[in-house]
Design a protein around this ligand. Structure first.
Ligand SMILES: NC(=O)c1ccc[n+]([C@@H]2O[C@H](COP(=O)([O-])OP(=O)(O)OC[C@H]3O[C@@H](n4cnc5c(N)ncnc54)[C@H](O)[C@@H]3O)[C@@H](O)[C@H]2O)c1
Ligand SMILES: O=C(O)C(=O)C[C@@H](O)[C@H](O)[C@H](O)COP(=O)(O)O
Ligand SMILES: [Zn+2]
Length: 358
């Protein structure tokens, strides 16, 4: 099967490698001069992390396997502190490396501890979910949660490389796989309408790794992300478009204590952002309808409990796009025409929520 290399430009360029069996490239990517490799992976994924560790050992590296809690439970300061302690005990130096193996929660955590240990050691990301391949592991946004909200502590810290081995997708639980489609569909609305056409052409196929368009969907979304983060790593402007749908999504995740998947919350957030833009008079009804129908067609949620609004609104305040007390939302004027809505009225925010609430 073919291997695709998507270049992420910027001050520290790297490739996102996509294909079946590309994990074989990991030892070479770690590179000369590295003595110890710390492999950060959920304890629940030994069948994926063990061969990764074995291949690194076979290549002559000292390997430290550091299991972490599953999913979002790993994105805490406590888990980060345990990893920093382990790095100290195992003597990870500036010429060593960290490898993050897992879903987006794991790659966010691994990237963050690599960014902060000794003020930055080499990190290579091995995403093993659809969402992590098309979004989380690409672009160098790393972070953990605090009790006050999602991803509130973190760093922009690009990896040395990203290996998306499509073989790992076969074991991803269906709900987690489908959650990744929300970020792919987001990419369609903000930048690449062909993504929308491919999903609409075969929604059932989009839900499985064997789908006819799976490879194209993955590569097109990675390309969207690579283009954006290559031009604006630190989110000084353009990169905000990748946050489309996330102002409400992160508030929902926090209100749910992270028992909802990130991608599911993003799906609801995408419909909310579309409704805000429609009520603001900037987005056509047809695009809002299309947002709902494409997400529904792949089995993603598009509505949320009405009574949650006051708590959601409170959590939206810590959104990183806010400036002082003023909220800023990423909105569409049309498909692939993205704007910002500065300081929207409370009435508009609540009316849009009413449109998506049940
Ligand atoms: N940094 C970024 O730019 C960025 C972008 C998007 C999302 N994110 C973050 O990514 C996280 C969501 O990522 P996610 O959807 O991958 O969730 P996740 O990391 O929680 O993984 C979902 C589940 O799948 C399991 N899993 C992972 N790989 C598997 C495999 N190959 N086979 C079987 N099970 C597997 C995990 O252990 C977990 O239980 C959130 O924390 C979100 O904030 C970050
Ligand atoms: O890469 C980005 O930039 C994004 O916003 C991508 C999002 O899908 C992702 O969920 C990100 O982690 C959200 O970032 P945050 O800055 O809102 O915490
Ligand atoms: Zn996201």
């Amino acid at each position: 099967m073919t291997v695709t290399r998507i270049r992420v430009h910027g001050d520290a360029p790297y490739d996102v490698v996509v294909g079946t069996g590309v994990l074989a490239e990991l030892p070479a990517l770690v590179g000369e001069g590295v003595r110890t490799v710390a492999v950060v992976s959920p304890a629940s994924l030994p069948e994926i992390s063990r061969p990764v560790c074995e291949s690194l050992r076979a290549a002559g590296y000292e390997v430290v396997s550091l299991p972490v809690p599953d999913g979002e439970q790993a994105k805490t300061v406590g888990v980060a502190a345990e990893l920093w302690s382990a790095f100290g005990r195992y003597g990870i130096t500036r010429t060593d490396a960290v490898v993050g193996v897992g879903g987006g929660a794991t790659t966010d955590l691994a990237g963050f501890v690599a960014a902060t240990w000794l003020r930055g050691v080499k990190v290579i990301q091995v995403p093993t979910t659809l969402l992590a391949m098309v979004d989380a592991a690409v672009g160098g946004k790393t972070g953990i949660n605090t009790p006050e909200g999602k991803n509130l502590v973190g760093a922009f810290y690009p990896p040395k490389g990203v290996l998306c081995d499509l073989a790992t997708l076969v074991s991803v639980p269906r709900e987690d796989y489908v959650a990744g489609l929300a970020e792919i569909i987001k990419g369609g609305f903000i930048a690449d309408p062909t993504i929308l056409m491919l999903v609409e052409d075969d929604p059932a196929g989009a839900r499985v790794p064997e789908g006819d368009h799976t490879r194209a969907l993955i590569e097109r979304k990675i390309q969207v992300k690579a283009d954006v983060v290559g031009a604006d790593l630190k989110e000084s402007g353009l990169r905000e478009i990748l946050n489309y749908g996330h102002t409400l999504a992160h508030a929902i995740e926090r209100v749910e204590d992270y028992r909802i998947r990130h991608g599911e919350a993003v799906a609801i957030g995408l419909v909310y952002a579309a409704e805000v833009a429609r009520l603001d008079g900037r987005l056509a009804d047809a695009v809002v309808d299309r947002t709902r129908s494409i997400l529904t067609s792949v089995g993603l949620p598009t509505s949320y409990r009405k009574d949650a609004w006051p708590r959601l609104r409170e959590h939206m305040r810590v959104d990183k796009k806010s400036r002082g007390a003023k909220l800023r939302l990423v909105v569409l004027d049309d498909i692939a025409r993205v704007s910002r809505l500065e300081d929207p009225s409370e009435e508009l925010l609540e009316s849009a929520f009413y449109e998506i609430s049940r």
